[in-house]
Structures are given as structure tokens and as C-alpha cells.
Design a protein around this ligand. Structure first.
Ligand SMILES: Cc1cc2nc3c(=O)[nH]c(=O)nc-3n(C[C@H](O)[C@H](O)[C@H](O)COP(=O)(O)OP(=O)(O)OC[C@H]3O[C@@H](n4cnc5c(N)ncnc54)[C@H](O)[C@@H]3O)c2cc1C
Length: 339
């Protein structure tokens, strides 16, 4: 079991800045995120879009903001547990036991939920039998593209992910690209490239088709795809990839005995504590009178929640307020040279 002064759930902008605040005041923390990358909505939903209302930064993209926040954390060597969703939270005397879906366990007096709009989950195929093949023959994201070499891969979707992977994997695999409409949503240059590869016989294109059924015992043999809700076609395939975008689900957070107001967690505005002692909620997931779902609000909420964590993590010490400009202790923590 990993012992830490505070566990942060969510590596979006709010969770990242909360980690900075915890480390500045001398507390340890670790961060868990369901996504396989750091940055929350900024990186998943709008990496290239310009943001104009981060204090003192006239303009930066979602990706630039994320890399600045990561850089700001560099002195602290924070441990991230990416691709893991926090599933269970259980009280153990004065502490909390936390467990992820990958079995990682933490014990901590403080949990900061910076879960945004919940965990991002891939939108999945509707036929129930697909679950049996998930992460074996059916995938919603790609970790190691080499497993598809010299295989037949059926890719579903009409956006950039489906098009880009069809183009990329067509170099070493036989590709079926299947989309329920005639028109693709992806960038025109990728659509043109796919059409060119189709003409060259490197991609088989099926438009107005949807997945109807999957067939196989331990691994996938073939799939049935249906044209315009009428004609069925059976095609041999080794792998199926689905790229239908992400949905946001409050998910396990709903089962942690926290007061909920619609899909948010009500908190006080002194400590950003929930109805459970030692569990705080900050960023988009929290609610209180006047709450603004803006990144700058999440930064402020993280700063206050971090100070509240200090009391539970160091019950015998007194928290001393200090400025970063003048505190030697903080400069030491940051690894800044003191003249
Ligand atoms: C298109 C768009 C444009 C925007 N433009 C602006 C703007 O100009 N200015 C501005 O201030 N704001 C803007 N926002 C809003 C801003 O992005 C959010 O306020 C901000 O991302 C909230 O940060 P967060 O860290 O609270 O949550 P998020 O960024 O949502 O991050 C939460 C993270 O928690 C993870 N998570 C949730 N549950 C679990 C769990 N159980 N286990 C593990 N991980 C979990 C999720 O996977 C996610 O990565 C915009 C939003 C969108 C969608």
C-alpha cells in the first residue's frame, strides 16, 4: 500500500496545480488519472484551441497550458498513475484506503477529487458479445501498434482517430474502414488520403455500414456488418478497433457516500471539503454558491484544499503562511539556489 499525505484524483489543470500547492507546503502527493495522458479536458478536448483567461498568460493552447503546469511541477518529481481509475474509497480509522481498477492501493489522510466532469471513457460498440473480446481482439485505443502487423484490422468510426489509424496501419496490415455514414468528420486531407489508399487497394472502405455481430471463440474470426439497416455482410477479421469518441461519466465517484448535486460535489468554500472529513473536491466537479467552471477557479480551490490537507497530514505541526518570493524553506523545496 502506498502511503501519501494526499492523493489527487484527476490530472487535469486543477489536480496539477493542487499538487504544486501541496509540495510547496511540504506535503507528499501522488496523482491518479483514468486517461493515459496528463491534462484532463485541456489535452483531451481542446489541445490546439487558444485559452485567453489564464491570469498573466495572454494566450496559450490547452496543450501549452498543460506543459507549463507539468514544468512547474518538475522540481517535485511527482508520481503519476496514468490509465488507472480510482474505484473504491474506504475509511480506515483516521485515514482513507483507496483502490484503483488496476489494483494499486493507497493509504492517506487526504483525498483531493479533481475529477472534472468525471472520468473519460471510450464510447463502445453496442452488441453485448463485444465485451468478451475487449482488450484481446477489440480495442478502443492503441498502445502497441505492432500487434496488428500482417493481420486483418477492421476500424470503425468517421473522425480523425479512425482515419489516422487506418492510414497508419495500412502500411503493415489489411485494413477495413467502416463508417455508418457516407461522409467522414475528419480532416479533409486525411479523407483524401484514405480515398487514395482505397483506390490503390490498401484500404477497403465500407460506408453506411454498422457492426451487427462478432463471431469467434477465444479470439475473433469474423464480424457481421449491416448496410443501411438491411443487407448483412460477413467479413473475416483478426482485430476490431472502435473510435467513436469519449463520454464523460461520473462513474465510481457516485458510490463514495459523498453528497451529490446533479453531477457535482457540494463543498464549503474555506477548505473545499465534502461531507466526508479529509475528502475535498476542487475544479469542475465541485459546487458552491457562485462557482465558476473556469481553470482559474480550480487553481484557487486547490490552494485552499492543500492548506486543509496540512492539518490532517501534520496534526502536530502548525502551518505557517509564507510567500514563495521570500521563503527559504519553499526555495529549498523548489531546488532554487539561495544567494
Ligand atoms: C472546448 C472547451 C473550451 C474551454 N475553454 C476554457 C477557457 O477558455 N478558459 C477556462 O478557464 N476554461 C475553459 N474550459 C473549461 C476547462 O477546461 C475546465 O474548467 C477544466 O479543464 C477543469 O479542470 P479539472 O482539472 O477540474 O477537470 P478536467 O480537466 O476535466 O480533468 C479531470 C480529470 O479527472 C480524471 N478522472 C475523473 N474521475 C476519475 C477517477 N475516478 N479516477 C481517475 N481519474 C479520474 C479524468 O480522466 C480527467 O482527466 C473549456 C472547456 C472546454 C470543453
Amino acid at each position: 500500500m502506498i502511503k501519501t499525505d494526499a492523493l489527487i484524483i484527476g490530472a487535469g489543470p486543477t489536480g496539477l496545480f493542487a499538487a504544486h500547492q501541496l509540495k510547496l507546503i511540504g506535503l507528499n502527493c501522488e496523482i491518479v488519472d483514468n486517461l493515459d495522458k496528463i491534462g484532463g479536458q485541456c489535452i483531451e478536448l481542446y489541445p490546439d484551441k487558444p485559452i485567453y483567461d489564464i491570469p498573466a498568460i495572454p494566450v496559450c493552447t490547452g496543450e501549452e497550458l498543460t506543459s507549463n503546469l507539468i514544468n512547474q511541477l518538475k522540481p517535485f518529481n511527482i508520481k503519476f498513475h496514468l490509465g488507472e481509475r480510482v474505484e473504491e474509497i474506504k475509511k480506515n480509522k483516521e485515514k482513507w484506503e483507496v483502490k484503483t481498477n488496476k489494483g494499486t492501493e493507497f493509504i492517506t489522510p487526504n483525498i483531493i477529487i479533481a475529477g472534472g466532469v468525471g472520468s473519460f471513457e471510450p464510447r463502445k460498440f453496442s452488441p453485448k458479445e463485444c465485451e468478451k473480446f475487449e482488450n484481446k481482439s477489440i480495442f478502443y485505443s492503441i498502445k502497441d501498434k505492432k500487434i496488428f502487423n500482417d493481420k486483418i484490422v477492421s476500424i470503425f468510426g468517421g473522425g480523425d482517430s479512425a482515419l489516422d489509424w487506418a492510414i497508419e496501419l495500412s502500411k503493415n496490415s489489411t485494413i477495413n474502414l467502416i463508417h455508418r455514414r457516407d461522409e467522414f468528420r475528419g480532416t479533409q486531407s486525411s479523407v483524401d488520403k484514405v480515398k487514395k489508399l482505397e483506390k490503390e487497394g490498401k484500404i477497403n472502405l465500407f460506408t453506411k455500414y454498422q457492426l451487427k455481430n462478432v463471431k469467434g471463440s477465444s479470439s475473433l474470426d469474423s464480424i457481421d456488418i449491416e448496410h443501411d439497416n438491411k443487407e448483412l455482410k460477413n467479413i473475416k477479421t483478426d482485430f476490431v478497433l472502435g473510435f467513436f469518441g469519449l463520454i464523460m461519466q461520473l462513474g465510481p465517484i457516485a458510490n463514495w457516500d459523498l453528497n451529490l448535486d446533479k453531477k457535482t460535489i457540494p463543498v464549503d468554500t474555506e477548505k473545499f471539503e465534502t461531507n466526508q472529513k479529509g475528502i475535498y473536491a476542487i475544479g469542475d466537479i465541485c459546487s458552491y454558491p457562485g462557482k465558476l467552471k473556469l481553470i482559474l477557479s480550480g487553481f484557487h480551490e486547490g490552494a485552499l484544499a492543500a492548506r486543509a490537507c496540512f492539518k490532517l497530514a501534520r496534526p502536530n505541526e502548525k502551518y505557517r503562511f509564507e510567500f514563495t518570493t521570500s521563503s527559504k524553506t519553499i526555495k529549498n523545496r523548489l531546488g532554487v539556489k539561495i544567494d
